[in-house]
Design a protein around this ligand. Structure first.
Ligand code: PEP
Ligand code: MG
Length: 862
């Protein structure tokens, strides 16, 4: 017995209203915890508590509370009291082995119960004969929040007599007080899911977040099924698609508030979300679409390019490399349970890290996907099911795998393609946790040299564990160019083909293959000549890359002497270093919203200033065009919840944000104006539509500059990314120092094609003649006032677009850092006069395909 603790028999302590009093669940002699004949309990692994050797055959509730867990085998029950204490009552030792025989539950999981109410009836004779002992235990599962302050001493207690008194530890007490004043009430609300995809992972995760911290439980009901809002997999399993009307039922003191918060989030999602695939990834210009439907030779399959390049190698079937854990636990259930907790915690830390680095890189889509993985990882449905299996004597790995598989089967039953895709996310966390449990498939590591890995679809953790030096290409029968694996493959520089189809599975292991990802071709059993050609092409591309790299620090001019500045698009300090390494002449676009994307509070003036200063310092004398915050539509930041909009892409985005939050822009401008040396920074304004808007912003910048004591001129540029800006370029150029054309948005708004809509990716092409004509208008408008024009959208890094942009009069191209050497080389091979003539001709063409074909013809690539 601990020092501050008293025996109940000689207790004179008055009850503190927030203390938790636990009554004996049966009549019988008290057994001190240390004497319970099972080390798992005796050593306190399930928490502090007390034993009792029951003389009767009904377990009655030791307190008022909710049944939070009823073991599938009905030998144990966990209750949660209003003060938040988690009380486990476990009948007998090793009774899980009885598989439920001899136990009859009298309540269901989730029920509210009163002290003294029968919870489980049991056949005491049967249990005594078939289990090592009938000694039972009451344990405090969350002993970190509660101390035992009184405890019954040896002797016999009667069912319903006081056995233990608990007191909330500091901090938990406030929570206890709060809960004890709760009035249980109920609120209901129906919501029709208007957003594409319905209740999918991202809206489900957000709904869960919305309810977090509000004192009420929310249940979502749909077509006779129900799921707790905390369980994202449970919510997915409801199969509530677009147009479904779900019912939200809240219970607890703040039921209405919780229900409203969830409803608001779901309605907001309808206005801001598409679906949870990483379509928002700022990927480059659309990668080659599926190769044209010409008949293919029998040993050739077509796919979609997810990461460009060409490779030769041996096919290795990655799908077969499953991790199959031992079914039976090798140690006690408590140890397995702890191992699972540790593994989940480890994976959570890994994922947190991945989310952070992905956000820093500006890979918003990737960060979002891994954030959803974190939510799945702690999903109570998954974790509880695994714990149940562990309590049945299964190993942690087996239990986790089974629990995930059960959910996957459920999602597959819902018969929804998007949900089936979420199964890939579940498989991913399955593998991660198994690996964290120390389970591997040794076969998975023994790759041959030049392995071409084949799978239905790779999960991100597959890719993080492969031996990079041996893998030469990735091929998938399913998947898409915006899938997670595709994004990672691009980053790793491994050629990857997706959506090849099931024919891929018919190709035997070890077959020699050629993967021409750029051309969307997969060739199996190639001729010796094909292999030689592919190897030759691969080497040629590698040596071209090397030669370009050697020249990358030199400025780039066309053969006839027109200088084109090749700058870099960056989002972080690391990118700034990469820009310098790759030979960028300057930074043509710093997307500042990405620097602060996952923060909970808006950056201060000092934070703005120091982030930009670090970047400017890293650029070692090169200048930086820094764009003011461009949030809204496809770029969300955690610290700013914009009012829901019908059409976010046409709403408060870019510079329009200043209409509702001028303080944010002012803070950023003050930070920008503090960077030294003066002149190192040019300010760029996104989404400007006309000259009036620009004049107002310019006046504000001048005012803040005066306040900051700046006397030098500050260059202010305008993004041309809205058709009106291109058409009014001559007016804007009066007040702007330069233009930077954002072809990503200019294409979206000119063609009325959402830049995040994967189905439109191939059509939404910046080489469309309509977009090119607007670029021409922008350059002509700028030239009237002697201003220069750059391009910072993805078109600037597209080799087929470069001659046309140069020909239309663009003098700066800002591209991904890694593309700088190649684009410089491209410029050096051009003749400006030829570009000028041909660019005018191309404007008369009728489609983007025709423009691409013409460019390919006139300016073949290396
Ligand atoms: C663009 O729209 O082309 C652009 C460069 O801006 P962002 O991609 O950040 O919207
Ligand atoms: Mg833009």
């Amino acid at each position: 017995m601990r020092r501050a603790e008293q025996s109940l028999l000689n207790s004179s302590t008055a009850d503190n209203p927030s203390d938790v009093v636990l009554l004996a669940p049966f009549t019988g002699p008290v057994v001190p915890l240390a004497d319970v004949p099972d080390p798992v309990f005796a050593e306190g692994m399930f928490g502090d508590g007390i034993g009792i050797d029951p003389l009767d055959h009904v377990l009655v509730s030791p307190c008022d509370g909710t049944v939070t867990h009823l073991a599938r085998t009905h030998h144990a029950v966990t209750l949660r009291t209003a003060q938040g204490a988690e009380i486990l009552v476990h009948i007998g030792i090793d009774t899980v082995e009885l598989g439920g025989k001899g136990f009859t539950p009298k309540v269901e999981q989730g029920a509210s119960v009163r002290a003294g109410q029968p919870l489980i009836e049991f056949d005491a004779d049967f249990v005594a004969q078939h289990a090592p002992s009938l000694v039972s235990v009451i344990a405090i599962a969350n002993g970190d929040a509660f101390d035992v302050i009184q405890r019954a001493s040896r002797g016999v207690v009667k069912a319903g007599e006081r056995m233990l008194v608990l007191r909330a530890k500091e901090g938990a007490a406030a929570q206890a007080a709060l809960s004890s004043s709760n009035v249980v009430n109920e609120a209901r609300r129906s919501v029709t899911l208007a957003h594409a995809g319905g209740l999918h992972a991202r809206p489900a995760a957000r709904a869960r977040e919305a309810a977090r911290g509000i004192d009420a439980k929310v249940e979502v009901r749909y077509q006779g099924r129900k799921a707790a809002v905390e369980s994202v997999v449970g919510l997915l399993g409801l199969g509530a698609g677009e147009g479904a009307t779900i019912e939200l039922v809240g219970m607890g003191a703040q039921a209405q508030e919780a229900v409203d918060a969830v409803a608001t989030e779901l309605l907001r999602a309808a206005q801001g979300e598409v679906e949870e695939t990483p379509a928002r990834e700022k990927s480059p210009a659309p990668l080659a679409a599926r190769a044209s439907a010409q008949p293919l030779p029998p040993n050739m399959l077509a796919g979609v390019c997810a990461a460009p390049g060409i490779a030769v190698g041996k096919l290795v079937r990655w799908d077969d490399q499953e991790i199959v854990p031992e079914e039976k636990a090798s140690g006690p259930s408590a140890a397995e349970s702890r191992a699972l907790d540790r593994a989940i915690a480890q994976v959570d830390t890994e994922l947190e890290d991945t989310v952070r680095t992905a956000s820093q890189r500006g890979a918003v889509g990737e960060a979002g996907i891994f954030a959803v993985h974190r939510v799945l990882l702690e999903d109570p449905t998954l974790v509880d099911a695994a714990r149940d299996l562990i309590s049945l004597g299964k190993s942690a790995g087996f239990a986790w795998r089974e629990s995930i598989r059960a959910q996957i089967a459920l999602l597959n039953n819902v018969n929804d393609a998007l949900l089936a895709e979420r199964a890939a996310d579940l498989r991913d966390i399955e593998k991660r946790v198994l690996r964290a449990l120390g389970l591997t498939n040794t076969a998975a590591r023994a790759l041959p040299d030049e392995a071409v890995l084949a799978a239905t679809e790779f999960t991100p953790s597959d890719l993080s564990s492969i031996d990079r030096t041996r893998v030469t290409a990735l091929v998938m029968s399913r998947g898409g160019a915006t899938s997670h694996a595709a994004i990672i493959a691009r980053q790793m520089g491994i050629p990857a083909l997706v959506a090849i189809g099931d024919a891929l599975h018919a190709i035997p292991e070890d077959t020699q293959v050629v993967v021409d990802a750029s051309a969307g071709r997969f060739e199996h059993a190639p001729t010796a000549l094909d292999v030689e050609r592919a190897r030759h092409e691969r080497e040629r591309l590698a040596s071209v890359r090397e030669a370009n790299r050697k020249m990358s620090q030199e400025a780039a001019s066309t053969r006839d002497g027109r200088h084109i500045e090749i700058a870099a698009n960056i989002a972080t300090l690391d990118d700034a270093k990469a820009a310098v390494d790759n030979g960028a002449d300057a930074v043509g676009l710093l997307r500042t919203e990405l620097l602060f994307i996952h923060r909970q509070a808006a950056p201060t003036v000092a934070e703005h200033a120091s982030s930009y200063q670090d970047i400017v310092d890293a650029l070692a004398g090169r200048s930086a065009i820094i764009r003011t915050l461009d949030v809204g539509a496809d770029k969300e930041v955690d610290y700013l919840t914009l009012p829901p909009e019908e059409n976010p892409a046409l709403g408060l985005r870019g510079i329009r944000l200043a209409q509702v939050r001028p303080d944010l822009l002012d803070d950023q401008l003050r930070g920008l104006l503090a960077v030294t040396p003066a002149g190192a920074v040019r300010i760029l304004l996104p989404m400007v539509t006309d000259a009036g808007e620009l004049q107002r912003l310019r006046a504000r910048i001048d005012e803040l500059a005066r306040e900051a004591g700046r006397t030098d001129a500050i260059e202010v540029g305008v993004m041309i990314e809205v058709p009106s800006a291109a058409m009014l370029a001559d007016q804007l150029a009066k007040y702007a120092d330069f233009f930077s054309i954002g072809t990503n948005d200019l294409t979206q708004y000119t063609l009325a094609m959402d830049r995040c809509q994967p189905d439109l990716a191939a059509q939404s092409d910046g080489l469309h003649p309509a977009v090119l004509r607007l670029i021409k208008a922008a350059v002509q408008g700028a030239e009237k006032h002697g201003k220069w024009v750059g391009v910072c959208g993805a078109l600037g890094g597209d080799p087929l677009a470069v001659p046309l942009l140069v020909g239309l009069g663009v003098t700066e191209l800002s591209v991904d850092p890694s593309a700088v050497p190649g684009i410089k080389a491209r410029v050096r091979n051009l003749d400006y006069q030829l570009c000028r003539q041909r660019a005018q001709d191309v404007l008369a063409l009728e489609s983007a395909q025709a423009v691409r074909a013409a460019s390919r013809e006139i300016w073949p690539q290396d």
